[in-house]
Design a protein around this ligand. Sequence first.
Ligand code: ATP
Ligand code: MG
Length: 365
Amino acid sequence: MQAGVIDATVLRPHAEQEYAGELARLAEHDDRPRPPGWRLSPWAVTTYLLGGTLPDGSQISPKYIGPRRLMEVAVATLATDRALLLLGVPGTAKTWVSEHLAAAVSGDSTLLVQGTAGTAEEAVRYGWNYARLLAEGPSERALVESPLMRAMRTGAVARIEELTRMPSDVQDTLITILSEKTLPVPELNTEVQARKGFTVIATANDRDRGVNELSSALRRRFNTVVLPLPDTVDDEVDIVARRVDQLGTALELPDAPAGLEEIRRVVTVFRELRGGLTSDGRTKLKSPSGTLSTAEAISVITSGLALAAHFGDGVLRAADVAGGIVGAVVQDPVSDRVVWQEYLETVVRERPEWLDFYRACREVS
Ligand SMILES: Nc1ncnc2c1ncn2[C@@H]1O[C@H](COP(=O)(O)OP(=O)(O)OP(=O)(O)O)[C@@H](O)[C@H]1O
Ligand SMILES: [Mg+2]
C-alpha cells in the first residue's frame, strides 16, 4: 500500500495513517527547530495533540482534551534523553496519547511492546528465527528484532504498554537500553547503538500497582506524566461527544445525532458513582467496583447509538443507554447490584427530568 493512502476496509488505521493529512499540513507550516530524528518540532507535535488552526486556516483536530501543560511536559521530555512514562487510572487516554505522540514525533506508532505477565525478554531485546539459527548458526539474518531494537536502529519512538505488568526482570532489561542507549548482541559480538530520535513512551495503570512494582532504578530513567480524569462534567461531555463522533464515522454507523443531553446524563451518572457523591454535593454514594471512566462512557454512548440507529427511531434515547450503563456499573453481580439499586432509587428516581431514564433502567435492572 502506498504511504498515506488509507485502505478503507481497515478497521482501525494507525494514527499516522488516519491523520496523515493533518501531519503533512503541520510539517508544511512548521518552521521551528526539530530535534534530531523528529518529523515535527515540539510546537507542532503539541498542536497535533491539542488541536489548533494553521496560518492557512486549516484545522487540526484535538486528540487529547485536557491541560496543555501536561502535553508540553510530555513532548519536552521526549526531546531529552529521558523516557516518558504516562501514568493514570484506567481510561485516561494513556494509550491514546502514546500512540499520537509516536505518530507525530516519528511518523510510526507501531513499534509497540505489550506488557503482560508473560512478556519475555525477547520481546524487549531480540529473538531468533530458529530454523535459520539451526541451519546457519547465529547470524544477522537469523536475528529477530524486537520493536525496541528496530526503534533504536531507526531513531524512532518505541512504545511499551502496561509496563508494570511485565515481570521485574524483563523490566530491568530496559535499564541498559535507556541509560546506555545500546543493546548488546553477545551472540554476534555486536551491539545496536540507538540513533538520535530514539526514545521510549511507556504507559502504566496506577490501579494495577502491585502487579509488578516499577523498580526505582527504572523509575529514575523515566519522566512521569500523570494523566488525570477530566476536571468538570463539561470537559468530560466534550471528550465523549468528540470521540463518539469520530468513532461513529469510523464504524460507519447510520447517522444518529448523539444527543448531548443523553451524553451528559451518562457522564453525570459515572462521575457521581465514581466520586461517591451526587453532583449537588448533598448525598454520599457507594462506589461500584468497576472503573467508570471516560472510556466506558464513550463505549456506552457508541453502543447506544448503534441501538438507536438500527432498532430505534434514530435518536439516542434513555432506553438506548440504560442497558450499557447498568452493564458498566454492575460488574460484581452481588455488591455492585446493591450499589446500583440504591443509586437508582435514591438519586435517579428523585430527579423529575430523569423519569424516562429511571423507567428504562428499571426495565433492564
Ligand atoms: N482527556 C481525553 N482526551 C481525549 N480522549 C480521551 C480522554 N480521556 C479518555 N479519552 C478516550 O478514552 C478512550 C480510552 O483511552 P485509552 O485506551 O488511551 O485509556 P488508557 O488510559 O490507556 O486506559 P487503560 O489503563 O485501561 O489502558 C480513548 O478512545 C480516548 O480517546
Ligand atoms: Mg491503555
